[in-house]
Design a protein around this ligand. Sequence first.
Ligand code: AHG
Ligand code: MN
Ligand code: MN
Length: 335
Amino acid sequence: MPHTRVTITHFLIDEQRRYGGTGHFTTLVNDIVTACKMISHQVNRGSLAGNLGLAGSENVQGETQKTLDVVTNEIFLHLNALGGNYAGMASEEIDDVHVVSQEGSGKYLLLFDPLDGSSNIDVNIAVGTIFSVLRCPAGIETPSAAQFLQKGAQQVAAGYILYGAYTMLVLSTGHGVKGFTLDQDIGEFVLTNPDRRVPADTNEYAINASRSELWEPPIQRYIKECQAGKNGPRGKSFNMRWVGSMVADVHRILCRGGVFLYPIDSGNRDKGGKLRLLYEASPMAYIVEQAGGIGTTCRGRILDLTPTSLHQRCAVVLGSRNEVERIESYYREHG
Ligand code: AHG
Ligand code: MN
Ligand code: MN
């Protein structure tokens, strides 16, 4: 019944009552929500708003920026600074920390990938925004990169917004994972998935298979065994899906199970992997763990990695518990 639905604001107020809090956190999530509604609107307008194509610039990581990478980054920076909740922000699209000046009142740090999967935007395939919230260490008014280099396990909240056939916000504040769908008619996110759980078993995997020659032996073994199907060592058929937007691939796993892999390979080893630890791996691993799955670099838990630099990359394998544990065991056997 539409009139009995719970909006995200009601949900946050209820969480605040249940777990305590000063209200800062509720306004902080509300700012993220407002930014994402604006981004959703821009993404949905596509060419109509002149939002497609290249921006003609590169980000700090030497990647070509799309117009929407720049637009969404500005929206996120601007709207989240207004509420006075953050001492600083860090983004995949900016070189250094963005300090929010508000006389030391900001208690939190915000890290984000404003547009994930941006290579998909010009061909109208789902993209997303990923965010992570950390506590700003006490006594710090002007944070530098050092304050952002916290283990993923210390996140206060993490989430993503998927701009797909419909827009969804998936959020964890450390008490499970909730999904909200944007009702475009009333302009509100409403609670549609009160308890997302990743099934422990799966027969679906997601990997960029064009890199198979570059993979390490344990990944080659795992994928070969999946591809061998019913007559292979796994004794069952597997399905492969790769959208190329981490948000969309991980969302599918959250909905119906699966394993997502972007491992270190001989083509990305010098950079430490492909995906960014602070803006992609860590928040997504937090969500997946909160939903009962696992996130690993194959050499340890993603959330236990201590970052050494803002734009650090890492290997990512996450999703259904039994599959991820199997991949970890192949790494241990390989030594
Ligand atoms: P971004 O658009 O923020 O740079 O991230 C792209 C990432 C991720 O979303 C996706 O899973 C991966 O890069 C795709 O990599 P390939 O191009 O190797 O498939
Ligand atoms: Mn990304
Ligand atoms: Mn991005």
